[in-house]
Ligand binder design. Structure first.
Ligand SMILES: *Cc1c(COP(=O)(O)O)cnc(C)c1O
Length: 400
């Protein structure tokens, strides 16, 4: 091992806890949809940090905003006002259903805040005993103990029991089961508008409106986890816009600051007022540098044709995957998705596809064992998509 070129993977194995199954590549640089490993090899990135770097890697204006803010003020306590946080809050509120925002650092923390606020609001408004939250099977809401308990996948629970009390899971997309699960203890429904980790699962167009109606009838809060599908991923700023409904709360994180750690809980005024001084907090939440980055992200997404272009690119990509599915019916079960979150459900294991595409210079993700998930930067071009489709075609052809 010479001084300039360390064996990063062995060092990682030696020093970092083994919580991730990592691909054998050390990434050192990125630009747009491209990333480069420590040997200088280039990869087209169809993961983008799992729907994080929506504007692409090292976006120049984000980098500039980060540098500028880092030289001005990196952190003070939330005991004081800071400008980037206020500017970002105003933009988020102007472009959403919400009246107020709470800033944190991750998706799990945003959901954790939503769970706490739902309980607090319900207690303030309806009294004790009304604290249960209905969640969906196959959902993913994070890895803290409460958000893990909200997550509807047993494989993530194993070994961490006892879980936090107060979460019920019903089959995703089944309105009748949700109705049956509502009791006098229920205070909220928490769900993703599109299930990301669960395998890019879209619901029928009338499901979300029906859930909204159910919430209204039973005076329950509708909490939408838009951590993965918010911030332009589906071709609208927030995914729920496709379904013509508004939640009472929404959580954001992943793409919010294009790779800097930032999460947010947005809520209607009536709900938000239950968080009074001292009831919730985060040391780093709303950090000036992360907020400066997020303000650039939001302004860029809202500029001109950015989002409608993303819809067009998404349609092109989806059509390409559908053509592939038509060519290889023995290998591909289904294509799903909206905008630039797309899933290709295989009839075979997906791990080899991920490995082989890595060798060919593409980063893709596999979830649930057999569902290839594509979440490229929203600036991905048709030419880049064609390269991936070509590589996928090759992979399929050799399996026939
Ligand atoms: C990634 C994700 C989370 C968790 O976010 P972290 O930042 O990893 O805590 C929660 N909900 C959804 C839908 C996600 O995709």
């Amino acid at each position: 091992m010479d001084a300039g070129k360390k064996d990063w993977m062995s060092l990682s194995d030696r020093y970092i806890m083994h919580t991730y199954g990592r691909s054998p590549v050390t990434l050192v640089e990125g630009k747009g949809c491209r990333v480069f490993d420590s040997d200088g090899k280039m990869y087209l990135d169809f993961v983008a940090g799992i729907a994080v770097c929506n504007l692409g890697h090292t976006h120049p204006e984000v980098a500039e905003a980060v540098c500028r803010q880092a030289q001005k003020l990196v952190h003070v306590s939330n005991l004081y006002y800071t400008v980037p946080q206020i500017e970002l809050a105003e933009l988020l509120i102007e472009h959403s259903f919400a009246d107020r925002v709470f800033f944190c650092n991750s998706g799990a923390e945003a959901n954790e805040a939503a769970i706490k606020l739902a309980r607090k609001y319900s207690r303030d408004r309806f009294g004790e005993g009304r604290h249960e939250i209905i969640c969906l099977k196959d959902s993913f809401h994070g890895r803290t103990l409460a958000t893990l308990s909200a997550t509807g996948q047993e494989k993530f629970h194993k070994g961490f029991e006892p879980l936090v009390d107060g979460f019920r899971h019903v089959p995703a997309g089944d309105l009748e089961a949700m109705k049956q699960a509502i009791t006098e203890k229920t205070c909220a429904i928490l769900m993703e508008p599109i299930q990301g980790e669960g395998g890019v699962v879209l619901f029928s167009p009338d499901y979300l409106p029906a859930v909204r109606k159910l919430c209204d009838e039973h005076r329950l809060l509708l909490i939408l986890d838009e951590v993965q599908v918010g911030m332009g991923r589906t071709g609208t700023l927030f995914a729920h816009e496709h379904y013509g409904i508004k939640p009472d709360m929404m959580t954001l994180a992943k793409a919010l600051a294009n790779g800097l750690p930032l999460g947010a809980l947005l809520a209607r005024e009536e709900v938000a007022i239950s968080f009074t001084p001292g009831t919730h907090a985060s040391t780093f939440g709303g950090n000036p540098v992360a907020c400066a980055a997020a303000t650039v992200v939001l302004k860029t997404l809202l500029e001109g044709d950015f989002l409608s272009n993303c819809q067009g690119t998404g349609r092109y990509f989806k059509q390409g995957l559908e053509d592939l599915a038509a060519r290889y019916p023995s290998l591909i079960k289904e294509v799903r998705g909206l905008g630039l979150i797309l899933g290709l459900e295989l009839k075979v294991e997906g791990a080899d596809f991920v490995t082989n595409l890595l060798h060919k210079g593409f980063l893709i993700n596999c979830t649930q064992g057999n569902i290839l998930r594509f979440t490229p930067p929203l600036i991905v071009t048709k030419a880049e998509i064609d390269l991936l489709l070509g590589a996928l075609d090759e992979e399929c052809r050799k399996r026939l």
